[in-house]
Design a protein around this ligand. Structure first.
Ligand code: FPP
Length: 237
């Protein structure tokens, strides 16, 4: 399938699992389970559409405030996803990468995350970043701390250098950020990285965000004119 003007990097705030379940009089975990199926579907579609980088917000620095049972359910889903999918990802030439402060996770999860990154490290069709214990402000702060610790000369500190201290080091900024479930906010996702990113917000809840909904977002993106602060004529020349 060919589409024109495909974004190289798509980031997604997957929101609405809880509401999707509530609409069906089911417990929240039921929504997360269905949400995981969409993760698989959207990863496969990304590769098919020719997207190079997909970054998913799976667990924020604030999500630790949720009830203990929900946190442990999300952790078990994450383990299940990795255990089930890592072979398939490798087979499909998809590189798995985790961004965020992983030190807070228990050893079994940390080992699983590190092993799965190692197994898929040479894959190159698509890079799948899963943000875990990630916060945009925390990302910026850890970069500042490391720059200070490394005693880098003030004159050398520019946007390029700063970007290379973020968790997304070496990864192009997102071209498109999708948020599901109709909330018009960024929720502390990639704050620095989305300076010129196109935003697409849909009322569709994450468990309903299938390949066809994804296609609609990409079609909408393909019609946008990205000026990066310049004027239209400069872009078209
Ligand atoms: C937002 O819905 C979703 C999350 C906080 C977790 C995202 C997790 C998944 C999609 C499944 C597992 C993912 C991986 C990568 C294995 P919400 O709970 O905030 O929904 P609500 O706003 O309707 O309450």
């Amino acid at each position: 399938m060919t589409m024109k003007n495909i974004p190289e990097h798509v980031a997604i705030i997957m929101d609405g699992n809880g509401r999707w379940a509530k609409n069906r009089n089911k417990p929240r975990f039921y929504g997360h389970k269905e949400g995981m199926k969409r993760v698989k579907e959207i990863v496969e579609a990304s590769k098919e559409f020719g997207i190079k980088v997909l970054t998913l917000f799976a667990f924020s620095t604030e999500n630790w405030e949720r009830p203990k049972e929900e946190i442990s359910f999300l952790m078990s889903l994450l383990k299940e996803y990795i255990k089930k999918e890592v072979k398939e990802l490798k087979k499909n030439n998809i590189k798995l990468n985790f961004i965020g402060d992983l030190s807070k996770f228990p050893d079994d999860i940390k080992n699983l995350l590190n092993n799965s990154m190692e197994i898929t490290s040479n894959c190159s069709d698509l890079m799948l970043n899963i943000a875990l214990n990630y916060g945009g402000r925390a990302d910026i702060l850890q970069a500042v701390k490391r720059i200070v610790a490394e005693k880098i000369d003030e004159e050398k500190i520019n946007e390029q250098l700063f970007s290379n201290f973020l968790y997304t080091k070496g990864i192009k900024d997102p071209d498109l950020l999708i948020r599901t479930s109709g909330e018009y906010r960024i929720s502390n996702f990639l704050l620095w990285q989305i300076a010129y990113t196109e935003l697409y917000i849909t009322d569709t809840l994450w468990p309903d965000f299938d390949k066809n909904e994804f296609k609609k977002a990409l079609e909408d993106f393909s019609k946008r004119e990205r000026r990066f602060g310049k004027i239209s004529e400069q872009i078209n020349n």
